[in-house]
Design a protein around this ligand. Structure first.
Ligand code: NAD
Ligand code: 6OD
Length: 493
C-alpha cells in the first residue's frame, strides 16, 4: 500500500513582542532566490502590531533594564554573542537560505561579525569615558563640568537584506549597550536570521520588551508605521538613499535623532605602481563579493593608462573563473541576487549599458543551469569598458555584480573623477607609493578610504558616508554617542 505523506509545513516566522512570539493575522512569503520557491511564511505587522511593540519597548525602559548597570548590560551582550555562537550553523543556514550568499561568506563574514558586534560593544561600553572640564574663576575655585550618558529611549532599527545579521546586530548591539530598548524591522527579503536572533535574545534572559522584532514591508507598512510612531525616540536606518530621505521626512515633525547608512557608487583606483596581482584580486573581490550586493562594492574602477589593457584582460580572466553555483556548496564564489525584482533592476542596467555604448568585456546575461536554478534570481558577473563618466551606468548605484573600468592619466584627474558623484561612501586605492597614498586618500570625498585592501574593518573606527551616502557615523565611540543622550553637569566649587 502506498502512503501519501503530506508536504512538510512551511515555517512561520513570527514577530517578537514583549518577550513573546506572536503571529498576528497577516502573512507574506519568503522566496528563495536560488529557485524562486516559497521557503517560509512571514508574519506581516499591521499598525496595531507595531504599536504593541513600541509600547512594550517604552514600558521596558521603566523596568529592570532601565536600572541595569553598564556591567550588567555588557554581560547581557556577551550572553547574546554566546547564544549566536552556540547556534552558529543555524544562523549560517538562515542567511544562505534567505539571500543565496555563499556559505563560506556566511560563516566567515556574516555570522562571525554578528558575534563580534555584540562582543565589541559590550567591551567598548565598559571602557567608555565621559568628558570632564574644570573651569577657572576669579575666586580660584571655578566649577567642575562633566557629562553623563543616558539611554535615548526606544530606538527603531530598520535594516536591509544584503548583510542581514551583520547590519542588524551592528545597530542592536550598541543600542542595547547604551541601555536603550529596541524595535527592529529587518528587510522583508531576509527575515530568518532576525527571528533566530530574537530567540537567542530571549534565551539570554533580557527582560521582556527590551528587544522587539516586527516583520513587514517598508512604505505603507511596518517600516513606515515604525518611523511614524510617536513613541520612538530615534531611528537608525541602513538602506537606499531614497528611503533615507523618505524616513527623514517622516520623523521631521517629531524631531527624532537619525543615523543613516545609505547607498554608494564606490570607486577603486589602480595606479601604475600598484602590486598588479594584488590589485586584480582586490578589485575582483570588491566588485563581486556577495554578487556585488555590498554597499561598499566598487562599481567604478579607474586604472592608470599604462596598465589599462593588461588590467582589463586580467579582470576578465579572473571574473570568468568565478564559480557560480548553489550557495550551500563549499568553494562557490557567487550565488544569485536577492530577488527577481532586484534582478530585473540589475538586468535593466545590463541592457542600458549596451544602449549607452559599453563594450561588454565579460558577462552581461543570465546563466542557464538546466535545472531548478533557472527559476532563481541569477545573473552573470559583468565588466564594461568604454562608457563616458556621465553615463547612467557609471553614475547610478546598480547594486549587482558589475563594474565599469576606465583609464586615467593623472592623479589630479582621477581624484576629480572619483569625487564627481552624488555618493561618497567608500573608495579603494591600489598603489605601492606610500606618499601618494597619504596624499590622495584625504582628497577623496568618502567616509572610508582603503589603501591596498577592501572591506577590512576595525569596529572601533567610524563608519558612514558623505553626500547621498549617509548621515552621521556609527562604530566605536561614534555609536556610543549616537545611542546615548548626553547631559552636562556643572558644579560650582
Ligand atoms: P531599502 O531602502 O529598499 O530597504 C531597507 C529597509 O527599509 C527595509 O527593511 C525596508 O522594508 C525598509 N523601508 C523601505 N521603505 C521604507 C519606508 N518608507 N519607511 C520605513 N522603512 C522603509 O534598501 P534595500 O534594497 O533593502 O538595501 C539596498 C540598499 O541599501 C542599497 O542602496 C545599499 O547601498 C544600501 N546599503 C547601505 C549600507 C551602508 O552602510 N551605507 C549598507 C547596506 C546597504
Ligand atoms: O561593516 C560594517 O560595519 C558595515 N556597516 C558594513 C556595511 C556594508 C554595506 O553593505
Amino acid at each position: 500500500m502506498s502512503s501519501i505523506r503530506p508536504a512538510p509545513a512551511r515555517p512561520l516566522l513570527r514577530h517578537f513582542i514583549n518577550g513573546q512570539f506572536v503571529a498576528g493575522e497577516h502573512r507574506f512569503p519568503n522566496i528563495s532566490p536560488v529557485n524562486g520557491e516559497c521557503i517560509a511564511d512571514v508574519a506581516h505587522a499591521d499598525a496595531s502590531t507595531v504599536d504593541a511593540a513600541v509600547k512594550a519597548a517604552q514600558a521596558a525602559l521603566q523596568g529592570p533594564w532601565g536600572r541595569a548597570t553598564v556591567s550588567e548590560r555588557a554581560a547581557a551582550l556577551h550572553r547574546i554573542a554566546d547564544g549566536i555562537q552556540a547556534r552558529f550553523d543555524e544562523f549560517v543556514a538562515a542567511e544562505v537560505a534567505d539571500t543565496g550568499r555563499p556559505v563560506h561568506q556566511a560563516r566567515t563574514l556574516d555570522v562571525a561579525r554578528g558575534i563580534a558586534n555584540f562582543r565589541t560593544f559590550a567591551d567598548l561600553v565598559k571602557c567608555a569615558n565621559t568628558e570632564l572640564f574644570q573651569s577657572e574663576s576669579a575666586d580660584g575655585l571655578g566649577a567642575l563640568n562633566y557629562t553623563v550618558r543616558k539611554p535615548l529611549g526606544v530606538v527603531a532599527i530598520i535594516s536591509p537584506w544584503n548583510l542581514p545579521l551583520l547590519l542588524l546586530t551592528w545597530k542592536i548591539a550598541p543600542a542595547l549597550a547604551c541601555g536603550n530598548t529596541v524595535v527592529a524591522k529587518p528587510s522583508e527579503e531576509s527575515p530568518s536570521s532576525a527571528t533566530l536572533l530574537a530567540e537567542v535574545i530571549r534565551d539570554a534572559g533580557l527582560p521582556d520588551g527590551v528587544f522587539n522584532l516586527v516583520h513587514g514591508l517598508g512604505g505603507g507598512s511596518a517600516g513606515e508605521f515604525l518611523t511614524r510612531h510617536p513613541g520612538i525616540d530615534a531611528v537608525t536606518f541602513t538602506g537606499e538613499s531614497r528611503t533615507g530621505s523618505t524616513i527623514m521626512k517622516a520623523v521631521a515633525d517629531g524631531m527624532k535623532e537619525v543615523s543613516f547608512e545609505l547607498g554608494g557608487k564606490n570607486a577603486a583606483v589602480v595606479f601604475a605602481d600598484a602590486d598588479f596581482d594584488a590589485a586584480v584580486a582586490g578589485v575582483v573581490r570588491s566588485s563581486f563579493t556577495n554578487s556585488g550586493q555590498v554597499c561598499l562594492c566598487s562599481e567604478r574602477v579607474y586604472v592608470e593608462r599604462p596598465l589599462f589593457e593588461r588590467f582589463v584582460a586580467a579582470m576578465k580572466e579572473k571574473t570568468a573563473a568565478l564559480k557560480i553555483g548553489y550557495p550551500a556548496e563549499d568553494k562557490v564564489d557567487m550565488g544569485p541576487l536577492i530577488s527577481h525584482g532586484h534582478r530585473d533592476k540589475v538586468l535593466s542596467y545590463y541592457r542600458l549599458a549596451r544602449e549607452e555604448g559599453a563594450t561588454v568585456v565579460t558577462g552581461g546575461g543570465v546563466p542557464q543551469f538546466g535545472d531548478e536554478r533557472d527559476g532563481g534570481a541569477w545573473v552573470e558577473p559583468t565588466i564594461w569598458t568604454g562608457l563616458p563618466d556621465n553615463a547612467r551606468c557609471v553614475t547610478e548605484e546598480i547594486f549587482g555584480p558589475v563594474c565599469h573600468i576606465a583609464p586615467f592619466d593623472s592623479e589630479e584627474e582621477v581624484v576629480r573623477r572619483v569625487n564627481d558623484s552624488q555618493y561618497g561612501l567608500a573608495c579603494a586605492l591600489w598603489t605601492s607609493d606610500l606618499k601618494r597614498a597619504h596624499r590622495v586618500a584625504p582628497q577623496i570625498e568618502a567616509g572610508l578610504v582603503w589603501v591596498n585592501t577592501w572591506y577590512l574593518r576595525d569596529l572601533r573606527t567610524p563608519f558612514g558616508g558623505v553626500k547621498q551616502s549617509g548621515l552621521g557615523r556609527e562604530g566605536g565611540r561614534h555609536s556610543l554617542d549616537f545611542y546615548s543622550e548626553i547631559t552636562t553637569i556643572c558644579i560650582k566649587l
